[in-house]
Design a protein around this ligand. Structure first.
Ligand code: FES
Length: 183
């Protein structure tokens, strides 16, 4: 049974609002189903998925300087695949290297694709605020949203170190502009 409408709404307005919310939920679930990828973990009701892509060398540990992002493209050359490789100088989820502080992320906001390149904040180890609606993503915690409109983590490029070489091997999360993983 539906709860009573708040006093500021008619019953019709209230039911329309409830219906819109339910429709939004269905769409979100269906879009989630399109995201083909191996389930990594269920975390607080969220499904974290990994899409494995061809392993590719993207840089070297010795060439990185703390808090100086390096641009690269992964998994392909699509403009939306532009990513940042950054040595945070602080241990991070998914970090590689001796300090487990080297991470990589796609640079397009998961809300509506706002460009995040150029808005790295070294002091807080975040990417953002997004120039469109101010979402900010924590790079030490798998790109988790810390403020703003987005609800999905920033896609994290999965890295492996082999000696001094850094290789990308996949992406955790769905890159903006794609309704499913690229095969
Ligand atoms: S597009 Fe980034 S917050 Fe909306």
């Amino acid at each position: 049974m539906n709860p009573d409408p708040p006093p500021c709404m008619t019953r019709r307005q209230f039911l329309l609002k409830m219906g819109a919310g339910a429709a939004g939920t269905v769409v979100a679930v269906r879009l989630g189903d399109l995201f083909v990828g191996r389930v990594l973990a269920q975390d607080a009701g969220r499904t974290v998925r990994l899409a494995a892509y061809p392993r590719r060398r993207i840089g070297s540990l010795s060439a990185l300087q703390v808090d100086t992002p390096v641009e690269f493209s992964y998994p392909g050359d699509d403009p939306l695949h532009k990513s940042y490789l950054v040595k945070l100088g602080r241990r991070a989820g998914g970090g590689i290297g001796p300090g487990q502080d080297v991470v990589a992320f796609n640079t397009f906001c998961t809300h509506q694709g706002g460009p995040l390149a150029g808005v790295y904040q070294a002091r807080h180890k975040v990417l953002g605020p997004c120039p469109l609606h101010l979402t900010t993503f924590d790079l030490t915690r798998h790109g988790m949203v810390v403020a703003g409109h987005a609800t999905e983590n920033l896609p994290q490029v999965v890295l492996e170190a082999e000696g001094d070489d850094i290789h990308a091997t996949g992406v955790m999360g769905l890159i903006y502009g794609h309704d499913r993983n690229i095969r």
